[in-house]
Design a protein around this ligand. Structure first.
Ligand SMILES: Cc1ncc(COP(=O)(O)O)c(C=O)c1O
Length: 387
């Protein structure tokens, strides 16, 4: 048989997360690589799922998602951000934020279009853009501040630019875009008639009194912004794959045209449970952020004690370190040494960039792990780095 793989996917290698998790298993390493919690979700969301499974929710959900969930999303958007969306045609439930991103690119981009992307970025963005026949124009944020230079950003925008994709809080660097940066981005989107797609899956994990500011809430941005989020990170249910997008009806419609022929709909009972979960009071969100803050501070102090230059995150459950002073090679060599010799897995930052050498001095650690795992990582790192 001749090579059965289509050209459009042949350049897409297995993700770095798969590679590092395989290595972590092989070396019985503590896995601070892939971004999923190793602890159980809160009981209320599991109970809600069990109840939904026993109820009349086991057949296809409507294509745009269970109405209860769309209503709960609308309520939360109004309560938290004073953004009003009509559950009938301005909210689309998807199979995780990943499908929402994919459907947005498929539904909004034509071949030859260009997309402004801020890197380092989540690894599904580029393939989604490319599968839609479009091209990413990368704005490379530089540590330690990861700030945007307005002139440099403006030069990326040309006649073919159609869309700007923003992730705040940002994986992998934990950046939370401040109001001045969001205003600059909004101004560019309006001036150049761009659609904005915002990935806000870490909206509930912010540190040091930061507040989430959706780009959609800035003046004249609601009408051109698709905002994506998910249950995964807030409720520690990455395996559920329940996400959504909110936006004006014409953008939601474009997404749904693509989504309907990929999955049609996601897991119906989990959507009902998601609706229940979104009714939880503010104390849950305060606790979540406080809890992750403790884990962040623990891991930052530990890695600093090992001589690493920690780039303190403002949100998400990741932190990056600059390894250039350690003399252990580039990101990939360092991560290999760390997993094989110290027994701790982390993620080399190269794959978060279009040009992997831009991330060759950076490594990402995830701290969405239970305390015994974090303490075991501490024991191994302290021992390994004192040798
Ligand atoms: C920035 C970002 N967007 C989207 C996702 C995927 O979300 P979901 O599991 O809801 O598809 C992740 C998961 O790590 C992420 O980090």
């Amino acid at each position: 048989m001749k090579n059965p793989m289509a050209a459009r996917v042949s350049g897409m290698q297995p993700t770095i997360f798969t590679t590092m998790t395989t290595l972590a298993i092989k070396h019985a390493a503590v896995n601070l690589g892939q971004g999923f919690p190793d602890f159980d979700p809160p009981p209320f969301i599991r109970d809600a799922a069990l109840e939904a499974l026993r109820g009349p929710f086991n057949q296809y959900a409507p294509g745009s998602g269970q109405l209860q969930l769309r209503q709960a999303i609308a309520n939360r958007m109004a309560d938290c951000y004073r953004l009003n969306y009509d559950p009938r045609d301005e909210i689309l439930v998807t199979v995780g934020a990943t499908e929402a991103l994919f459907a947005a690119m498929m539904g909004l981009l034509n071949p030859g279009d260009e997309v402004i992307l801020f890197e380092p970025c989540f690894d599904s963005y580029r393939p989604a853009i490319e599968l839609a026949g479009a091209t990413a124009r990368n704005y490379t944020l530089r540590p330690p501040e990861w700030r945007i230079d307005p002139a440099e950003l403006t030069t990326l925008i040309g006649p073919r630019t159609r869309l700007l994709l923003l992730n705040s809080p940002q994986n992998p660097n934990g950046k939370v875009y401040d109001r001045a940066e969001l205003e600059l981005i909004a101004e560019l989107c309006i001036r150049h008639d761009l659609v904005a797609v915002t990935d806000e899956v870490y909206e509930a994990i912010l540190f040091d009194d930061r507040q989430q500011v959706p780009l959609a809430g800035l003046p004249r941005m609601r009408e051109r912004t698709l905002r994506i989020s998910s249950l995964a990170k807030t409720f520690s249910v990455t395996g559920w794959k329940v996400g959504w997008a909110t936006g004006p009806a014409e953008l939601i419609e474009a997404m749904q045209r693509a989504k309907q022929f990929v999955t049609f709909c996601g897991a119906a009972p989990l959507q009902i449970a998601g609706a229940k979960a979104l009714e939880i009071g503010e104390e849950f969100y305060r606790q979540l952020a406080a809890d992750y803050r403790k884990r962040r501070d623990f891991l930052s102090a530990l890695l600093r004690d090992c001589g690493m230059n920690v780039l303190q995150p403002q949100g998400t459950y990741y932190l990056m370190v600059d390894i250039s002073d350690l003399g252990r090679g580039n990101d990939i060599e360092f991560c290999r040494w760390l997993v094989e010799q110290i027994g701790v897995a982390a993620i080399p930052a190269g794959p978060f960039y279009a040009d992997p050498t831009d991330g060759q001095n950076l490594v990402r650690f995830a701290f969405c792990k239970s305390w015994p795992i974090l303490e075991e990582a501490a024991r191994r790192l302290q021992q390994g780095f004192s040798r």
